[in-house]
Design a protein around this ligand. Sequence first.
Ligand SMILES: Cc1ncc(COP(=O)(O)O)c(C=O)c1O
Length: 427
Amino acid sequence: MQGFDCQNVLSRRARSFKLSPIQQLSLLAQRCNAINLAEGFPDFPAPLHIKEAAVAAITADFNQYRHVQGVCEKVASAFEMAHGVKVDPATEVTLCCGQSEALAAAILAVVEANDEVVILEPAYDTYEACTILAGGKPVFVSLDPPFWSLDLKKLDAAIGPKTKAVIINSPHNPTGKVFSKVELADITNLCCKHGCLAITDEVYEHITFDDVKHVSLASFPGMKERTIVTSSLSKTFGVTGWRIGWAIAPSALTSAIQIIHTKLTDSAPAPFQEAALTALQSCPDFYKSLKQEYQFRRDYVCNFLNDFGFIVHFRPQGSFFVFVELPSEVRFDDIEYVMEAINTLGIAFVPGCAFFNKSGAEENLKFHVSTDLAKKGLQMPRNLKGSNDASENLVSNPYKHRYIRVAFCKDISTLQAAKLALRRQCK
Ligand SMILES: Cc1ncc(COP(=O)(O)O)c(C=O)c1O
């Protein structure tokens, strides 16, 4: 009897997705026990007051499907306080399994086959993936390096009759850009002019530096009725594994998002919804020290990267990433550099191309086994010095292969270890 060919039954959709370079690198970094400056989650403990709330909820047997209306009320009142926009917690908030599910449910709720969704890149990769899963077509508009400026003419030209929505992520992963009020006002004008929706990703809303403030696009005149705001507890409270997020949207959209959320996952994890009640009532000092601590880490990391020849054109205004250009003498492209850094420095970064569409983002890391590394179960790129692949990439994508993303949401001891490793190599 013939075996069943599982590959054959895969949908075209499933075949079109690969593990992202971030996930591939994480696996590699784990196998090598590398210092992980790749992934966007903290390696330090979450705040005690919310952990205690989660433990209490588990002890109190909050084990079943659950929808905690109180969390929607806290989300709505926090949004009103921060942005002056009134939100009805009963009809305009959907609690989801992280921002990821909120974004997926939002896109599935509004995107029809062949609708276009405009994505500013570099971009977090789920926007493209969710658009494709919904049958839509991602349309990319590049933010211009080195300051990741928004070229309004390019955005205007990219929005057309088929555009259903524009996705705006601010504070921005991977660049750390926080969109200014002027930029948001310009985006508002374009959304109103073209009659399209905006979907925002505001997961880094509380992590901004210096005097920069996060402003939600939904707070601009005419935008509340055409914006789906998504965010979560993940980054603010360092609990990416709790899977608590939300979408705030006009009631007609919220009803659709709620139904899709129910069909996808039914409800967010019950004990963590209880803990979210506590988290969302954290005192102002919590948010103040969150900013201060991340700002300290940002400065520490930007300074040492600078000292070691990386080019920090743009000091992050928010989020917990810095997107830096490789030192000018480095001849590797971003992927080769990252592989080399895991091998020789024991540090994992993310290659910048992971945040750009097809020409870079779908690229599979080019693993080639080298003999002594193979013994460690590792794979490294071939032609480590001046590879042909690197020069091809550099010619066709002059900057998309010159950046790496460095996460600084790590314990100071982790960041110190990374600095030491870089210094050793520079000697
Ligand atoms: C810009 C951005 N949006 C969303 C997410 C995922 O958020 P959540 O954990 O709430 O699904 C991430 C995680 O890295 C992110 O960087």
